[in-house]
Structures are given as C-alpha cells and as structure tokens.
Design a protein. Sequence first.
Length: 179
Amino acid sequence: MLNDWFPDLNGVWVGHTSSNWPTVKKLVEAAQSDDKTTEQELHNLAEQRDAIAVRFTNSVFKLQVRAGLSSTEGESISITAKPWRDQHTGRIHLSYVYRQQTPNHAITDEETHLGAADLELIDEDYRRAAGTYWTKRAWRTGRNTAGLLELYRLTNNADRKKSLQTYVREHMNVLAQGG
C-alpha cells in the first residue's frame, strides 16, 4: 500500500550531473586577472558533465540517499530526505539535503560541504528521475555550484560488495561512449 503513495526506489541508480562549474571557474579567473568576461560568454559556456551513482534505501521507517561522484571522488549521504507529491501536477518528488565528504579536495574546495537536491520521478514505472541540485561548497568565495541531475535505475538490488565509486567508474565508460 505504501508503494501506491511513494514507489520503491531501492537499488542503484546511475546517471550524470550537468554542473555550472565552468561558469564559476571563468568568473573566478576573470576576478583574478585583467580579462573581462561578458554575460554572453558565460551563457555560452558548456556545462560540466560528470557521472554519478546513487544508492537509495527506502522502507517504512527509512529513506536514505548515498551518492558517489566522478568529478571529486567524494561521497555524500542524505541527512534528511522527504518524498512529496506536487499538488498541481500530481508528480512525485524526492527532496533531500546531503553532506558530502571529499577526501582529496583542492585547496580552493572544502573537505565537507552541504548540498540539496530535488528529483522528480519520471515515467509510469518510476525508473528515471531528473531534477536540480545546489551546493554550499566554498560559498564564501563564490565557488558554490548548481546544476541538473539525471538518473535511471540500474538495479533493484545493489551488489553490496561494489562501492558507489565502482558504479561511477563503470558509468563513466558508458558516458564516454556516448551513452
């Protein structure tokens, strides 16, 4: 009966993020030099596409989101997660706040930061999800990022012996081949 209200998301989902990092980087570079950057130049920059793997664990008493990223090799875990239904469209969403650990962070980055995401579950069988994310990473220097997130279900039962980073590396190969 619970799945009539909110579908079973358990398993590993893979996909990609499309980040505004190139725009942030260009703004920082312009601030550090005499070069001028126009708004049109910023608008024309391509987003950075990175592989992501997400393990959802949901039951009556628990809803947890763990993610691994190719760009930082960091992993995040939700500190709160809430399913909700859009009152206007009837579509199901999952919104969550996460804490990310980035073990080998750049000097301009942070070892730990918070972020949030809002995913809309897509299709009749809820095997795809898409939405937005944003971070509080290095916000004092304007390096916090945002972007789009697209996922599809890879497996219902995750192989517990495989790390999220292993799934990320496998999916990076798929993306490199145009997938």
